[in-house]
Design a protein around this ligand. Structure first.
Ligand SMILES: [Zn+2]
Length: 349
């Protein structure tokens, strides 16, 4: 019999407390009918949800083994009893998906009453429980109150507060944490094979999100895209209004396709503005984008601290307005308009 928590496949760096508790539960044959995983993006919530689905349906005594037919079909996204519901996978005709709607929950309910097709339990992973409409959340609540036997729901959300309390109270809650810079950098060097300088930079840029750091280390395209997006954001601080509007327009387009992604990008922009503010105060050690110190110092000298503080507040407000039903383009244009026009002729390197 598997010693609780000893299976390496459960391991998600930085979330050992969560994964060992889940492993103990599975080891004792105790599964809850609903779990709620909350925490920042890319901290391992979805990976852990899939590990849970694998562990529940695994054919080996070393669950989740990762190698049996069931584990492999779940990994490949082919298992008939494990279903992911999120904002990204199923887009409507316009691509604009901003909520998980009641029809999707009804479809789950219809599937949930059927016996498992190939595994032991049907597992429904709802990624973005904070994006359930009121109708969808209430419908889900009915199912959570009287769960069909052998069905497991795993709800994922960025924060506990954003989930309807009546829904949250029906779930076993696990909080996913951010890792410290030092522990994450050490992990990247010792386990993931990063160089020390690279590990320190990625740990800092990840802001404690292990999944982000690992993806940035392993996936060159991911890293390149991120650096390109970051350069574009840094360039906004020396760009004219036309370029700023064009940035706002393209971000508004992305908002229709991937909402969480745009919220992440606004957070990145806030961090850059904060870096510029810190540079103005000579606090280089606290700057997140350490590999951009030269540009940050140069751009920082163009702004008064109050102007950067106002911009940081404007980005934050834009993020909140995007969560209501406001035209995303207008919101984002207003945000970039709130930053004063810079002196011209300064290039970002
Ligand atoms: Zn298995």
């Amino acid at each position: 019999m598997l010693k609780a928590g000893s299976n390496l496949l459960w391991t998600v760096f930085g979330q050992e407390e969560v994964t060992s508790q889940l492993a103990v539960g599975i080891d004792k044959g105790l599964t809850h009918h609903a779990y709620l995983f909350t925490g920042p993006s890319r901290t391992g919530k979805k990976l852990t949800a899939y590990n849970l689905a694998r562990a529940i349906n695994c054919e080996s005594s070393q669950a989740p083994c990762g190698e049996c037919v069931s584990c492999e079909r779940i990994t490949g996204g082919k298992h008939a009893d494990v279903q992911l519901i999120d904002l990204v996978t199923r887009q409507d005709e316009t691509g604009a998906r901003t909520a998980i709607v009641v029809e999707e929950i009804e479809a789950i309910q219809r599937a949930a009453i059927l016996p498992p097709f190939e595994g032991r339990s049907r597992v429904f992973i709802i990624d973005g429980a904070e994006f359930l409409t009121a109708g969808a959340a209430n419908r889900l609540l009915k199912t959570l109150e009287e769960p069909p036997p052998g069905v497991v729901f795993v709800l994922l959300a960025a924060s506990f507060e954003q989930v309807l309390p009546t829904v949250a109270s029906r779930c076993r809650h696990f909080e996913f944490k951010l890792s410290s810079n030092d522990s994450l950098a050490a992990y990247l060097v010792q386990v993931a094979g990063a160089g020390i300088e690279e590990a320190c930079l990625l740990a800092r840029l990840s802001r404690g999100r292990t999944g982000w750091a690992i993806e940035a280390l392993k996936d060159g395209q991911f890293r390149e895209d991120y650096f390109k997006r970051r350069d574009n954001m840094l360039a906004l601080f020396v760009a004219g209004y036309e370029e700023r509007f064009s940035w706002a327009g393209s971000l508004a387009m992305r908002f229709g396709k991937n909402r969480p992604d745009v919220h992440d990008e606004l957070l990145e922009l806030r961090i850059i503005a904060r870096d510029l503010l810190l540079a103005g105060f000579g606090q280089e050690d606290y700057i997140t984008n350490q590999d951009k110190l030269e540009s940050i110092n140069r751009i920082s000298s163009l702004y008064k601290p109050g102007e950067l503080v106002d911009f940081i507040k404007a980005i934050q407000a834009a993020g909140e307005q995007l969560s209501s039903n406001v035209n995303p383009r207008l919101v984002l244009e207003n945000a970039v308009l709130s930053l004063k026009a810079p002196a011209t002729g300064i290039m970002v390197k």
